[in-house]
Design a protein around this ligand. Structure first.
Ligand SMILES: [Fe+2]
Length: 617
């Protein structure tokens, strides 16, 4: 351990000494040899220890049962208030959450919902009229709500099914306020569309992390930027041990939600243990999704590529910098390895929040925003959280054949920063030979500061200043002729979408194939967060923007009309949080991008991240 590392640890953890660290590192080495993809060499042991900070042990070691279908204890049907019984915080009304029960259970026979009464509209929650902050960045006011919404406009009669949206909707526990957007406890929202009517609801996901936080009124697991505070030396020792074992990692599945080919609906985040099955009708937590294979490597991409036929994802290997590309079939919990990509730059893999696929290939991005061992150990967040920006380590794109696992291209590309890939496809010459892979993403002009812009303090303190960093649709061209370099350019003039770009969707029938349209959030400046819904025409290189003053819309999600032949024949669903504290579900026509319907919630909902569509059987 270097002198500076020692100083850091001694300043942060005055109870510790070097020998203590050594013993824990030895423990971690033991774990490394058990759960790494590769047998670790001694000098990898520190890195492995760190990798555990994002990962977890197999259930056979962390739980008394190794059953692959272990369920959480039964969930109460009552609204589990985040405050423990008999512990109302009367001195802090902004922390007093509503003791509401479900206002109206959705049922065709019930009347339309009414908003909470004035007494129920407490400040500091999403149900209050006088928010301290924009409702988009305000914790959800109650555990769950369900009811029918009054629809203005016209919902197409073919649109029958449920849109689910996941996101971090609870940013405090007890008196403690979280710091980063990505830390919040998961809130799932549903919009069930049925013959022109709209039934909505939301519910908290009962992860272990959330339940422990409620019970103990403090953070008990390592979240994106939050780390449980060690109360004393013994607690610190326990925390170190559980960091190395992975047991302290969160299972707060607050990032996305997917419908597997077998119908199971799974909420996800970047830790593998944060894979949680929910009931798409009631939004109740069914239980953990336990991967039955023994692949180890305990983090994964938050955005697997999921179709009716497969679930493909990437498992970063923090010990021997690289990625496993894995595939899981519907009806199973077992991932099988397609192949492995070794990183070409740096000793740690780049962050892979998402990745694209084509019909025959998986594209593995190697971004110079890399997982960072030291940052993972720190209790206080750094500007780049668990990551570090290493421009000197360069950026690469790797292309793997889906069937053989062979790497067919590995090229250096210009530096880039992206959370979300939009789509990818194979470019063919006149004879139908594949000459290159085209991969599009929401690209932040190779500037990682966007991550820190998503601190809640920044999001909540908008004062009219234009502080959202510029972004664009980054289009990679990865040649398959053995050339060492790939290209990266803007797919259209970023001014078309206000130089803001993120949270994208496409017509899923065009996944991995040549496509023309994408839907995303752009910017109407000045702003501090993407605040428009944008339809991108990548052929004409034009964008159409929807915007309402003060509104924060979530990811525009495209649902294709059954039987449609045009790519943009369908609707776009978004959930809008309004400046005045209210909020509504919004439906835009996928083709004209004009509003076709909106339906007000009884109170504005916090911002959410990613969604999926569960069609009515
Ligand atoms: Fe995401």
């Amino acid at each position: 351990m270097s002198r500076s590392e020692k100083e850091f640890h001694q300043s942060r953890f005055p109870y510790t000494n070097f020998h203590l660290h050594k013993s824990f590192l030895n423990i971690s080495y033991k774990y490394a040899s058990l759960f790494s993809f590769t047998k670790p060499k001694p000098f990898y042991f520190l890195l492995f220890s760190i990798s555990m900070a994002f990962t977890t042990m197999p259930s056979s070691l962390t739980n008394s049962t190794s059953s692959p279908t272990m369920l959480l204890p039964p969930i109460s049907h009552h609204n589990n208030h985040i405050l423990p019984p008999n512990k109302l915080i009367v001195n802090k009304p902004q922390r007093k959450l509503l003791h509401l029960t479900v206002a109206n259970v959705a049922s065709p026979s019930l009347p339309l919902i009414t908003p909470p009464t004035p007494e129920e509209q407490l400040p500091g929650t999403t149900a209050g009229r006088h928010h301290h902050h924009h409702v988009a960045w305000t914790s959800i006011s109650q555990e769950s709500w369900e009811g029918e919404l009054q629809v203005e406009g016209h919902i197409p009669p073919w649109l029958n099914g449920t849109y689910l949206r996941n996101g971090p909707g609870m940013w405090h526990i007890g008196d403690y306020d979280f710091r980063h957007l990505f830390d919040g406890y998961a809130t799932v929202v549903k919009l069930r569309l049925q013959e022109g009517r709209l039934f909505a609801g939301h519910r908290q996901i009962e992860s272990e992390a959330y339940r422990a936080a409620k019970k103990n009124q403090k953070i008990c697991y390592r979240e994106f930027s939050e780390v449980p505070k060690a109360a004393n030396f013994l607690a610190y020792v326990g925390e170190l041990a559980s960091l190395f074992s992975g047991a302290s990692l969160t299972d707060n599945a607050n990032t996305g939600v997917v419908k597997l080919g077998d119908g199971r609906v799974v909420c996800l985040t970047e830790t593998q243990k944060g894979s949680i099955v929910i009931d798409p009708e009631t939004l109740e937590t069914v239980g953990k999704f336990e991967y039955s294979d023994s692949l180890g490597g305990l983090i994964h991409s938050a955005h697997p590529v999921v179709t009716d036929k497969e679930f493909v994802t990437l498992l970063p290997d923090l010990v021997r910098a690289g990625y496993l590309v894995v595939r899981m079939e519907p009806g199973t919990n077992e991932r099988r390895v397609i192949g492995r990509v070794n990183c070409r730059g740096g000793s740690s893999p780049g962050w892979v929040h998402s990745f694209p696929v084509t019909e025959h290939y998986v594209v593995v991005p190697e971004m110079p925003l890399r997982y960072c061992a030291q940052n993972l150990l720190k209790a206080e967040p750094t500007p780049l959280y668990k990551f570090e920006w290493h421009p000197q380590s360069k950026a690469f794109m790797h292309v793997m054949c889906k069937t053989s696992g062979n790497i067919v291209a590995s090229v250096e590309v210009p530096l880039f920063v992206t959370f979300h890939f939009i789509n990818a496809y194979e470019e063919e010459d006149e004879d139908g030979r594949v000459t290159a892979i085209i991969a599009d993403c929401c690209e932040h002009n190779s500037d990682p500061t966007i991550l820190d812009r998503l601190r809640l303090q920044n999001l909540r303190s908008f004062n009219g200043e234009d502080v959202l960093p510029d972004a664009r649709v980054g289009r990679f061209r990865i040649p398959l002729d053995g050339s060492p370099y790939g290209e990266l350019d803007a797919a259209l003039d970023p001014n078309e979408h206000g130089k803001g770009m993120d949270m994208c969707s496409i017509n899923p029938n065009h996944l991995g194939k040549k496509y023309r349209y994408a839907y995303a959030c752009g910017a109407q400046r000045p702003c501090n967060f993407p605040n428009t819904l944008t339809k991108l025409d990548l052929e004409l290189k034009k964008a159409t923007n929807w915007h309402e003053e003060g509104a924060v819309p979530s990811e525009p999600f495209f649902v294709a009309r059954p039987g449609a032949t045009e790519e943009d024949d369908g609707v776009v669903i978004s959930i809008v949080s309004e400046k005045n504290g209210e909020g509504y579900a919004l439906l835009l026509d996928g083709s004209t991008f004009e509003e076709i319907a909106r339906a007000k919630f009884p109170y504005g909902l916090p911002y959410g991240l990613h969604g999926c569509w569960v069609p009515k059987e």
